[in-house]
Design a protein around this ligand. Structure first.
Ligand code: SF4
Ligand code: SF4
Length: 107
C-alpha cells in the first residue's frame, strides 16, 4: 500500500461494530457476515480512532510511502488505562510504545 490507510483483517474481526461507530468519516461498513471493511480506503486520514476501539487488533494502519513507511504498519492494543502502540517496520521488526490514556491529554 503506498498511501496511508487502514486494513481490516476479516479473520480476526468479531463484528462488534465499534469501529463503524467511531469513524468520523463513516468509512467503515459491515459485510453480510457482520465483518467490518473499509469502503473508501483513500479517504481515511489516519485518525486511529478505529484502531483504539478494536479489542482484537483486527485493524492495521499502514504507514504508506507518503509517510516514509513503505509497507510498515501500526496496531493498537488497550491494556487497562494504557494504549500500547505496536509499530512494525517493513522488515518485520516491531517496536512497542506505551501511552497512558489518562495522561495523554496533558501533552
Ligand atoms: S483511521 Fe480514522 S478515518 Fe481512518 S477508518 Fe479509522 S476511524 Fe476512520
Ligand atoms: S472494532 Fe474490530 S472487531 Fe469490532 S467490527 Fe471493527 S474491526 Fe471488527
Amino acid at each position: 500500500m503506498n498511501f496511508m490507510s487502514i486494513h481490516i483483517d476479516k479473520e480476526k474481526c468479531i463484528g462488534c461494530g465499534k469501529c463503524i461507530i467511531v469513524c468520523p468519516g463513516s468509512l467503515i461498513y459491515q459485510d453480510n457476515n457482520g465483518k467490518a471493511f473499509i469502503k473508501y480506503p483513500k479517504d481515511c486520514w489516519g485518525c486511529t480512532a478505529c484502531l483504539k476501539q478494536c479489542s482484537v487488533q483486527a485493524i492495521k494502519y499502514y504507514l504508506g510511502l507518503d509517510m516514509g513507511g513503505g509497507g510498515g504498519y501500526l496496531t493498537i492494543k488497550k491494556e487497562a488505562e494504557y494504549l500500547d502502540w505496536y509499530i512494525t517496520t517493513k522488515e518485520g521488526k516491531t517496536k512497542k510504545i506505551r501511552i497512558n490514556s489518562k495522561e495523554a491529554n496533558k501533552y
